[in-house]
Design a protein around this ligand. Structure first.
Ligand SMILES: [Ca+2]
Ligand SMILES: [Ca+2]
Ligand SMILES: [Ca+2]
Length: 289
């Protein structure tokens, strides 16, 4: 009898974990509407970061309307629809970007500080500038990849501009993104070699989703270069960024979090009035690429 029952604990474990695992991944699409955790419409307007648990399960009618044209599409049709939806945004000047980043990247624990992208360090908002110890405006889509500079347009699009330490920004330079290399001493968890930069784990997905946004927003028809992703490193000044296969993995490994959602909301409400579709629907990256 005992010989026949040896497998029962294993069967029990299967039912516990065998069902738990699929439900965790099946939770991903539902999670794409979690930006509603941050934005709750009230009589007085929109409140960011409501503390009530009931807000967690409220689906966002706003994004359903916003993305209506993309509904049911995939591949190039989805990319085109998203491009039409997010184009025509309000463009900031390069000097306006400073103040915008002080709001979008504010340290939730200290309103006097911003969080720096690659180090996740909290630093005084007042230390914006170009000297050692300052933070400046990192173009995650390197501005030399397409040579769009800092004129109003891709060079000032805060969906991909983030505060970074001056020295770390300079070390990343215009590298493409890929795994591997040596750790950069001033930015623990970040790795680099001759042609690529690997950001630390908790911002890998953020970087990927910013680049997905840029490739869809800029299609070459409005005076700006057609930015596209490819599977290479060392793209130089071509309007391309890589490495696409790695970015798609990072999008999975580092899911959208509340800071990213809050940031997207602020850009939409207060500055550009367009959204990063890949923060609202990270699964769309795999449907396009
Ligand atoms: Ca490399
Ligand atoms: Ca992240
Ligand atoms: Ca493009």
């Amino acid at each position: 009898m005992t010989k026949k029952l040896w497998f029962l604990p294993i069967v029990c474990l299967f039912f516990i974990f065998g069902w738990a695992a699929p439900s965790a991944s099946a939770g991903a699409p539902a999670d794409t509407n979690l930006y509603s955790r941050m934005a709750v419409s009230t009589a007085g307007g929109t409140t960011l970061f409501p503390q009530t648990a009931s807000a967690v399960i409220t689906p966002s009618a706003d994004t359903d309307t916003y993305y209506k044209e993309a509904s049911g599409k995939s591949g190039t049709a989805l990319k085109s629809a998203l491009h039409r939806i997010i184009s025509g945004h309000t463009k900031l000047s390069y000097s306006q970007v400073w103040n915008a980043l002080k709001e979008t990247d504010e340290d939730p624990a200290n309103p006097n500080n911003v969080i720096l992208l690659y180090t996740q360090e909290s630093r005084a908002k007042s230390k914006n500038g170009g000297s050692g110890g300052d933070w400046n405006r990192e173009h995650v889509w390197a501005k030399s990849h397409g040579n769009f500079g800092t004129a109003a347009g891709p060079g000032t699009d805060i969906h991909h501009l983030r505060p970074a330490d001056v020295q770390v920004n300079s070390a990343r330079g215009n590298m493409d993104f890929d795994n591997g290399g040596s750790e950069y001493p001033k930015a623990p968890g970040n790795y680099y070699d001759g042609d690529s930069w690997e950001p630390r784990d908790e911002v890998k997905g953020d970087v990927a989703r910013m680049l997905f946004y840029m490739a869809v927003r800029y299609e070459g028809e409005d005076g700006y270069p057609d930015l596209e992703l490819n599977d290479k490193t060392g793209n130089g000044s071509a309007p391309y960024m890589g490495k696409l296969s790695v970015l798609l993995k990072w999008n999975q490994q580092d899911p959208v979090d509340s800071k990213e959602k809050r940031r997207n909301e602020i850009i939409y409400e207060d500055y550009q009035h367009n959204r990063n579709p890949f923060i609202d629907h990270p699964e769309w990256a795999d449907e396009i690429w």
